[in-house]
Design a binder for this molecule. Structure first.
Ligand code: FNR
Length: 383
């Protein structure tokens, strides 16, 4: 309504209204390196495309005259992993955001919090987690890239818990980086930048591994960055390591990057309270199954034993409905808000999130849906 009423006076929104146009404007505006980092996926990028195509292949069957079309008829709120959200949406963990904008993570956390949804802070944030927490309200989770050094992993989890995170999301699909041609072409590895290691530079365990404090010289900082890269990823993790995280924190633990029902069962058996069905936006295994195609069998395998979340390919309100109808309890929203951040900082993130929420809310009402619990498989056409 705000936009239409503004339009009566000739005003048009300053930022584009769709994910595709946000990407296009970011392509024209951001530095080549920043755009390549955000937009790039692995190898032929066909998994990134298939994530989006999978959503386009599902069809919602709207129902009529159910009294859901009035805005106040709808309740979009949910509780996921003990976190109450105004809608089943959290911002996905995205690292090295300092490449895209200054003051990035506090902007993202406060934008999500303003709209009543959640945010997931990446291990590779450009601001130390203790400095992001105060802006992020009550609904933020911490994403762990489990380093080779277990003591450092423990320290990160304990710090996030002490700072007020409401859940820990352990990313399982990144023991190392995927083959990402857009970054390779530019000859840059985003993770080789100091913008991604604020949580390390502020960590006592990490600092104890360095001979010289990184602040002392440019060379010492370079060594700190290389030390982090050397520690990045852990090839030895097993489902039973979920139990280890649970000894470090009382928070619910979710595992992100699950694509096989047996893997979902294994981590839930080991104590995970949630699984995030994700192929990392197509940035890891090119040619892998789309996240939406992986979702149904995983939701069936997990049943009521754990929360099921999904990311990779969410671009519109109807995508959120399709994900929920296919078995997800909530979704992580990724690239579109990162483009918003690059284009207009915090206001750009608010804009991108607000567009998704408005689209989701209106589409629910028009489809005859008045609450999240009404969204089940009956909402979709048989394929
Ligand atoms: C990511 N993703 C990611 N995941 C994670 O667990 N930790 C991280 O630090 C990052 N960093 C990151 C950077 C960038 C630029 C992107 C695009 C993605 C993956 C992210 O959480 C999510 O899985 C994907 O973004 C989902 O795909 P779409 O919907 O954004 O295409």
């Amino acid at each position: 309504n705000e936009i239409y009423l503004g339009g009566l006076g000739g005003a048009v929104p300053e930022l584009p209204m769709t994910a595709a146009e946000l990407e296009q404007q970011a392509r024209e505006t951001l530095s080549a390196a920043a755009f390549a980092y955000i937009a790039g996926s692995s190898s032929t990028e066909r998994t990134a495309r298939s994530n989006v195509d999978a959503f386009a292949s599902r069809r919602i069957v709207p129902r009529m005259w159910r009294g859901a079309s009035a805005p106040d008829a709808r309740d979009l709120s949910v509780e996921v992993l003990g976190t109450r959200l105004a809608a089943p949406i959290l911002t996905a963990p995205v690292g090295v955001l300092g490449m895209v904008h200054t003051d990035a993570e506090p902007s993202v956390g406060s934008a999500a919090s303003e709209l009543g949804i959640g945010s997931v802070l990446s291990t590779a944030s450009s601001t130390a987690l203790e400095d992001v927490a105060p802006s992020s309200g009550e609904n933020w989770w911490f994403q762990l890239y489990w380093p080779a050094d277990h003591e450092l992993a423990e320290s990160l989890v304990r710090r996030a818990t002490a700072a007020g995170a409401k859940a820990i999301v352990v990313t399982a699909d990144t023991p190392g980086m995927g083959w990402r041609p857009r970054d390779l072409t530019l000859g840059h590895l985003p993770f080789l930048k100091a913008e991604g290691i604020a949580n390390y530079l502020s960590d006592p365990v990490f600092r104890s591994r360095l001979a010289t404090p990184p602040e002392e010289s440019a060379e010492a900082m370079q060594i700190a960055v290389l030390t982090w890269v050397g520690m990045f990823g852990n090839h030895t993790l097993r489902p039973s390591d979920v139990e280890r995280v649970r000894q470090w924190t009382d928070l619910p633990v979710a595992v992100k990057g699950v694509l096989h029902p047996d893997d979902a069962r294994a981590v839930v058996d080991a104590g995970a309270a949630g699984v995030v069905v994700s192929n990392h936006g197509g940035r890891q295994v090119d040619g892998s199954i789309s996240s939406l195609d992986a979702l149904g069998p995983i939701a069936d395998a997990v049943g009521d034993r754990a929360a099921v979340l999904l990311d990779s390919g969410i671009r519109s309100g109807s995508d959120v409905i399709v994900a929920l109808a296919s078995g997800a309890d909530a979704v992580f929203y990724g690239r579109p808000w990162v483009y918003g951040l690059g284009l207009a900082g915090r206001a750009g993130v608010v804009h991108a999130l607000w567009c998704l929420l408005a689209d989701f809310d209106l589409t629910m009402g028009l489809a005859g849906l008045s609450s999240i619990k009404e969204i089940d498989r009956s909402v979709l056409a048989d394929r």
